[in-house]
Design a protein around this ligand. Structure first.
Ligand SMILES: C[S@@+](CC[C@H](N)C(=O)[O-])C[C@H]1O[C@@H](n2cnc3c(N)ncnc32)[C@H](O)[C@@H]1O
Length: 253
């Protein structure tokens, strides 16, 4: 089964959760992304792996048109329901794969991809597609899970995320993002690393009992140094650990 087959299966089951997920619907985070995109009223925007459409709908009042694409029809059905509720007439949702964008070259002023690049089975191919559909000068905004520049934390967090969601492929270090952008003619405007100390339930909620057990085994086996590098600690009786994110703005040269 490919990562894309797994994503379709897992996100079909979790679609309703993503509509109301406080992390994904977070208005402050969405406002931040929109501000970074600095959209203009005549722009055409593409939101890749739009899920239930939070990012596409946040952009809608600021641009001419937004197209949101996603692999999973069930996520798009939720997105369409939210679109109708908000009467966002300039947003269109359609099924599509980030690795084969169904659009011509230089079709978009803005491409966004939020909390999804870590699911793509071939990030290089997906990045090539993003560059192809952006017009020269067009802007890319990526918001995704990430890992610090540390071999242990990189391996451990990627493993935890796979147990959380078996369609997970890889969350990248800031240095990997810089390299991916620079080698494709994308000029970096800003790259912010955001670290949040979150409860372990962020990894275990909605996960199979086998994978929850595997997460506990992995964490129970860590050395004190390894625990410290993840900031693994009890907060009010609940284990918490750091999650890393990147928020990137770049444009096509
Ligand atoms: C966490 S959700 C996205 C959240 C959404 N971007 C937001 O801002 O709320 C991840 C989405 O990635 C989609 N996805 C995974 N692989 C994909 C691919 N290759 N092409 C398009 N969508 C993909 C899944 O179907 C899922 O809806």
């Amino acid at each position: 089964m490919t990562a894309e087959d797994k994503a379709k299966r897992i996100f079909a089951e979790r679609a309703a959760f993503y509509t109301t997920s406080t992390v994904h619907a977070d208005p402050a985070g969405l406002a931040r992304l929109v501000a970074l995109a600095a959209p203009r009223p005549d722009w055409t925007a593409l939101d890749i792996a739009t899920g239930t459409g939070h990012t596409a709908l946040a952009l809608a009042p600021h641009v001419n048109t937004v197209i949101g694409i996603d692999l999973t029809q069930e996520m798009l059905s939720e997105a369409e329901r939210l679109r109708a509720e908000r009467a966002a007439g300039n947003v269109v949702f359609r099924v599509g794969d980030a690795h084969r964008l169904p659009f011509g070259d230089a079709s978009f002023d803005l491409v966004t991809c939020r909390r999804a690049a870590h699911h793509f089975s071939d990030i290089g191919l997906a990045m090539n597609e993003i560059v192809r559909v952006l017009r020269p000068g067009g802007r890319l905004i990526v918001d995704d899970r990430s890992v610090p520049e540390d071999d242990f934390a990189d391996r451990c967090l990627n493993q935890l995320d796979w147990y959380h969601d078996e369609s997970h492929v890889r969350e990248y270090r800031p240095s990997e993002w810089r390299h991916m952008l620079a080698t494709r003619g994308l000029s970096l405007e800003s790259l912010e690393v955001i670290v949040r100390h979150r409860p372990l339930s962020a990894f275990t909620d909605g996960v199979s009992p086998e994978n929850v057990a595997a997460i506990h085994r992995l964490l129970d086996g860590l050395t004190p140094d390894q625990r410290a590098s993840l900031a693994l600690a009890d907060v009010k009786g609940q284990p918490h650990l750091n999650h890393w994110y990147v928020l990137i703005a770049a444009h096509k040269s």
